[in-house]
Design a binder for this molecule. Structure first.
Ligand code: 3PG
Ligand code: MG
Length: 417
């Protein structure tokens, strides 16, 4: 680790601003917001407990959702403060504005081991603008900065980047938390020289969102298994019939170039050989943006690479599942990012859940498995297998950007060793 970590800090009696990623899924229940998956909160406990043991005074900053720079009651972090208090088994104070007098006076009266959670930093437009004055007001709340918000480290915002820069400039220490350190290790160092065979499973809707990762992994992987709607842009690039599948015609060249690179580098690049399809039908119902909601009718399996005119590919088929599971079983290192199909619809979930199961089985037999955040981790959680893989990232976009080899602004801003 090239950056200072929380292990090395001596912080007794000091106020430590800890950026955490508490952007957790919530739903409304009887007029209040309830957390439906506390994974991201649980993942920060080791860092918080370590700091508490060291006698620090904790000021936690986080965002929730995308409130667009103004207070939005449904995106308040207050329910998170309650949940955190339960999990960490100590009181968690809460202030309803992350900057200003109340935040400053509360932060200054904290005792060693006390915990304060600030309201959603994105209630201020200056957060996402990485405004220096706003960052300065956050910096006033603390002596030391710790970033444990891997899931937000790809954002150069005031609470992830600006405040760290300011605290460093005034001579303060800025360290990575234990979760941050672990994420960077598994998604970074552990994949530098992977045990072979190294099998990468990539899914998701769009080639455009994954091409940079594919390109990078083509230099490391032995085998790449493709699923999700991006399959069909690859199929299109090979002249196959894709019916009504979601495709990106403007990415066909990019897809073809990836296939060429795989051939040139001797990377086995597998596309589905059968598909579970449905016939898209526009309904009368409208989504939030007023667009017609599409339903998929008559789900069934189509063998072979060509799809009928009226059908959209929505999951990998049983033959592909078998072939992919076999590849996964033979792997020594596995990286999985993105679902194999539209798994939120149970008719098109089999491929994704079968991959989750195969990854868990391979892990049991000694493979190292790393799951790159977002939808693949929710699929893993839904199948009850999240504790049966080596590492499941708490970052969605952040894990993708990191796997692309990009520098994360939230990490870059920390103190060098
Ligand atoms: C996430 O959930 O991806 C992170 O918390 C970052 O949120 P954002 O995508 O709204 O910046
Ligand atoms: Mg995101």
């Amino acid at each position: 680790m090239a950056k200072l970590t929380v292990n090395e800090l001596e912080v007794r009696g000091q106020r430590v601003l800890v950026r955490v990623d508490y952007n957790v899924p919530m739903k409304e229940e009887g007029g209040r917001m309830v957390i439906t998956d506390p994974t991201r909160i649980l993942a920060t406990l080791p860092t918080l407990e370590l700091l508490i043991d060291k006698g620090a005074r904790l000021v936690l900053a986080a965002h929730l959702g995308r409130p667009k720079g103004k207070p939005e009651p449904s995106m308040s972090l207050r329910p998170v403060a309650e949940k955190l208090a339960d999990l960490i088994q100590r009181p968690v104070a809460f202030v309803d504005n992350c900057i200003g007098e109340k935040a400053e006076s509360t932060a200054s009266t904290l005792k060693d081991g006390d915990v304060l959670l600030l309201e959603n930093v994105r209630f201020h437009p200056e957060e996402e603008a990485n405004d220096a004055e706003f960052a300065g007001r956050l910096a006033r709340l603390a002596d030391v900065y710790v970033n444990d918000a891997f899931g937000s480290a790809h954002r150069a915002h005031a609470s992830t980047e600006g405040v760290a820069r300011l605290i460093r400039q005034r001579g303060g220490q800025c360290a990575a938390g234990l979760l941050m350190e672990k994420e960077l290790r598994f998604l970074g160092d552990e994949l530098e020289t992977p045990a072979r065979p190294f099998v990468v499973i990539l899914g998701g809707a769009k080639v455009s969102g994954k091409i940079a990762v594919i390109d990078r992994l083509l230099e490391k992987a032995d085998t790449i298994l493709i699923g999700g709607a991006m399959t069909y842009t690859f199929c299109l690039s090979q002249g196959h019939q894709v019916g009504k599948s979601l495709v990106e015609p403007d990415r066909v060249d990019v897809a073809r170039a990836a296939l060429d690179k795989a051939r040139a580098r001797n990377v086995r690049f597998l596309l589905p050989t059968d598909h579970r399809v449905g016939r898209p039908v526009e309904t009368e119902k409208r989504d939030k943006k007023g667009r017609p909601i599409v339903e998929y009718r008559e789900a069934h399996v189509v063998d072979g690479v060509n799809l009928p005119e009226e059908q959209a590919g929505l999951d990998i088929g049983p033959k592909t599942i078998k072939a992919y599971a076999q590849e996964i079983t033979g792997a020594a290192t596995i990286l999985w990012n993105g679902p194999m199909g539209m798994f939120e619809d149970s008719r098109f979930a089999e491929g994704t859940f079968a991959v989750a199961k195969a990854v868990a089985n391979a892990t049991r037999n000694g493979a190292k498995s790393i799951i790159g955040g977002g939808d693949s981790v929710s699929a893993l959680n839904q199948s009850g297998l999240s504790d049966q893989v080596t590492f499941a990232s708490t970052g969605g976009g952040a894990s993708l950007e990191f796997l692309e080899g990009r520098e994360l602004p939230g990490v870059a801003a920390l103190t060098d060793r």
